[in-house]
Write a protein that binds this ligand. Structure first.
Ligand code: GDP
Length: 301
């Protein structure tokens, strides 16, 4: 999570300035608190929730010193930001519970699925894992060729049958081959668009069924790729996918050059899903683990 939360002054320091000499919370104070949180890249929605929680709490409590007031603020803010119900990311070199570990990558076209598959493949490969990519987007023209270029860059094999093939059969081949060769990770790139939405969802369901034929627990992860620049639209898309597939985590892409924390925290909170990775560029190395705990710790200082 390096590079996240570019604030020079920590939240803790900024809060200390506004609580100076104060033991009470008034409207002016709340307004300043709001500005500080938004300025610290907490995100507007999360900020409003935190301010509300603090307002309610301050109605029930009295503070004898500015230190006490400060402690309450930090306690409330970190409690809201750190959501212990959300899993923390697993480093690429950590041992995986199953071999092969099958990861399905889903999302609409253009979100950054193929790029994310390549980035994940490269990271796992560099961490010493044996990886294979399954080209299960057989709908989009040139999807296979695009993936071939990426697979080469990542230095991992690709399994596919070209445009028009049955994606479920591609997945079956890839998983079978992974079982036979002792491959650690199978990354499945899926279609983002078919003739219509129900067809797409049926196809994903079929891919899941076929993977389970080979390995009952597969897929071990379903990662939904969302374009971080599309805001509320991304959340809407996510809800559609979540009706049909059991999504286990999110990848938010295209966060290069934007204020990341706010978007990532609010997507995660709205969907009640962990954001596991963030995409910060178009190159194969431009993927980072998103560690919420670390992010919040850095923010608070
Ligand atoms: P797919 O249709 O979901 O497979 O999306 P692609 O992986 O083909 O990506 C769509 C476009 O987004 C491409 O031009 C990628 O280079 C770009 N892209 C993907 N991830 C990122 C990212 O993290 N940052 C930036 N700046 N561009 C990205």
């Amino acid at each position: 999570t390096e590079g996240l939360g570019k604030t020079r002054e920590t939240l803790r320091e900024k809060l200390a300035v506004v609580t100076k000499g104060k033991t009470e919370i008034d409207d002016e104070f709340l307004e300043e608190l709001e500005n500080i949180l938004v300025g610290a890249d907490v995100g507007v929605e999360m900020t409003l929730d935190i301010v509300e929680a603090i307002t309610l709490r301050a109605k029930r409590e009295t503070y004898r010193s500015e230190e006490e007031l400060n402690r309450m603020l930090l306690d409330e803010i970190s409690g809201m930001l750190r959501d212990s119900s959300l899993e923390h990311p697993v480093e690429f070199d950590a041992p995986l519970a199953a071999r092969p570990h099958v990861i399905l990558i889903v999302g609409v076209n253009g979100a950054g699925k193929t790029t994310s598959v390549a980035k994940l493949a490269s990271n796992y490969e560099r961490a010493g894992k044996k990886v294979v990519i399954a080209a299960a987007d057989t709908f989009r023209a040139a999807a296979y060729e695009q993936l071939q270029v990426w697979a080469e860059r990542a230095g991992v094999p690709l399994i596919g049958q070209g445009q028009g093939a049955d994606p479920a059969s591609v997945v079956f081949d890839a998983v079978s081959s992974a079982v036979a060769r002792g491959t650690d990770v199978v990354l499945v790139d899926t279609a983002g668009r078919l003739h219509n939405k129900s067809h797409l969802m049926e196809e994903l369901a079929k891919i899941m069924r076929v993977a389970k034929k080979k390995i009952p627990e597969a897929p071990h992860e379903v990662l939904l790729v969302l374009d971080g620049t599309t805001g509320q639209n991304a959340v809407q898309q996510a809800r559609e996918f979540m009706k049909f597939v059991h999504v286990t985590g999110i990848i938010v892409t295209k966060l290069d050059g934007t204020a990341k924390g706010g978007i990532v925290l609010s997507i995660s909170r709205e969907l009640k899903l962990p954001v596991k990775y963030i995409g910060v560029g178009e190159k194969i190395d431009d993927l980072q683990l998103f560690d919420r705990r670390q992010f919040v710790a850095a923010l608070l200082g």
